[in-house]
Design a protein around this ligand. Structure first.
Ligand code: HAM
Length: 413
């Protein structure tokens, strides 16, 4: 038997109603906040992610689904299934010259992403993200807008008490000072760091702080190292930006904690970074990750444009929310006269009523049994009803049955 690939999942049956509900909430909350939907392709040129996400990240180094296409003809190209969507949205923003419109330009998306990671609870190889990206605003109002939109979305799903963790990485200059200090203090310990950290030490030392290796974590706990990690490297302008964001969040009563170890796993961030976590998720605790990426548009060939956004892991949201019971179909037409039943079904569907009938032409009692499982009402269309032109409507939760004289009256149910 051919089975679904490791780290991928069929989503169907009981789960679909909850998925649809999560999607509808995303759509409503994001659109209410002025974000427009954007659908970018599932695959992009590999170079987009190498440059956009960064070639020192785990995503680019270990986790991309990359393959060559076009070899048989000519122009062999390397393409990659998108591991995230910020780079794709930025590519689209540049390609369609969206910076010509007056800022902010605000987009939301919902769709599958692909990372070749070791599957475990809350971590898949194909997963879904719901996210937003906001372009053109440097001020902390934009960071606030994005964070409040994430919080509002979670609230709409009944998830009001998750922890928002916040940090600032500063501008490239602050980030550089931070990187250099970390390199300096860790230099004598380099031999004892894990292989990943040795690589990060050269390519992106900030990512060392994110290491989950117990041995590395012990090293970071040493007093003299901790002091350097927790020291502030933020310049006045970046501090002001961060203070302003905190002030707005306080005004809006959004609870957050400052996590100075929060550096995020993608290279493009500067200044604000944030994650929203739930302990209920275990080791993969982040439902949401985001932050500011003021340099990315320019780095990918556009004009310098500040930007900020987030993405939520939909599978992780799914495990946290109360599940939605699939709603029943409005009507089930029960009849031995298939032709008349089909005609009525068609008319009801044309009037936007969800309606089913028995495709197997089974006996009345069997049809009624099926109806009571999946429908709110059974419309009984027996010989008498057809001849005298009325409907018998049975409420399948109360068992009450009524005579209905016209089609319009039926539509009221
Ligand atoms: P990220 O932190 O890599 O950020 O992913 C965002 C969220 O996607 C995570 O918090 C998690 O909930 C979910 N996620 C990531 N990997 C997996 C996986 N393998 N299985 C299940 N869920 C997963 C980004 O992707 C950035 N593009 C976010 C962003 C948008 N920053 C600015 N704008």
């Amino acid at each position: 038997m051919i089975k679904a690939q490791r780290g991928t999942k069929d989503i169907f049956g009981e789960e679909i109603a909850t998925w649809q509900w999560i999607f509808e909430n995303a759509k409503t909350v994001f659109q209410n906040a002025g974000f427009e939907e954007i659908k970018t392709p599932i695959f992009e040129a590999t170079e987009l992610f190498n440059r956009g996400v960064g070639d020192s990240t785990d995503i680019v180094n270990k986790e991309m689904y990359t393959f060559s296409v076009g070899g048989i003809e000519k122009n062999e190209t390397s393409i990659t299934l998108r591991p995230e969507n910020t780079a794709g949205v930025v590519r689209s923003y540049i390609e369609h010259n969206m910076s010509r419109q007056s800022p902010p330009q605000k987009f939301w998306y919902f769709g599958p992403m692909f990372r070749y990671e070791r599957p475990q609870a809350g971590r898949q190889r194909q997963f879904h993200q719901a996210g937003v990206e906001l372009f053109g605003i440097k001020d902390a109002t934009a960071d606030t807008e994005v964070i409040i939109t994430a919080v509002n979305f979670l609230k709409s799903l009944g998830l009001a008490d998750l922890t928002v963790e916040l940090n600032t990485l500063g501008c490239p200059k602050c980030k550089n000072d931070y990187k250099n200090s970390i390199k300096e203090i860790l230099a004598p310990h380099l031999e004892n760091l894990c292989d990943d950290c040795k690589m990060r030490y050269e390519k992106n030392p900030l990512r060392i702080l994110d290491c989950k290796n117990e041995n590395c974590k012990k090293i970071f706990e040493k007093d003299e190292i901790k002091e350097v990690i927790l020291k502030d490297y933020i310049c006045d302008e970046c501090r002001e930006h961060f203070d302003e964001l905190k002030k707005y969040l306080d005004e809006l009563n959004i609870k957050y904690t400052i996590n100075k170890m929060l550096v995020r796993g993608l290279d493009y961030y500067n200044r604000t970074v944030f994650e929203i976590k739930s302990e209920a998720l275990g080791s993969q605790s982040a439902v949401c990750g985001g932050g500011r990426y003021d340099g990315l548009v320019e780095m990918l060939g556009g004009t310098s444009t500040p930007a900020v956004g987030f993405a939520m892991g939909v599978e992780r949201l799914y495990t946290l929310v109360d599940k939605i019971t699939p709603s029943k179909t409005d009507f089930f037409v029960v009849s031995n006269n298939t032709k008349e039943a089909m005609k009525l079904v068609q008319k009801l569907r044309e009037n936007n009523k969800s309606t089913e009938f028995d495709l197997q032409k089974r006996k009345f009692a069997k049809q009624l049994e099926k109806a009571s499982k999946i429908a709110k009402y059974a419309i009984i269309l027996g010989e008498d009803e057809i001849e005298k032109n009325f409907y018998s409507l049975k409420n399948l939760s109360t068992g009450e049955q009524k005579k209905i004289d016209s089609f319009d009256e039926l539509l009221d149910y």
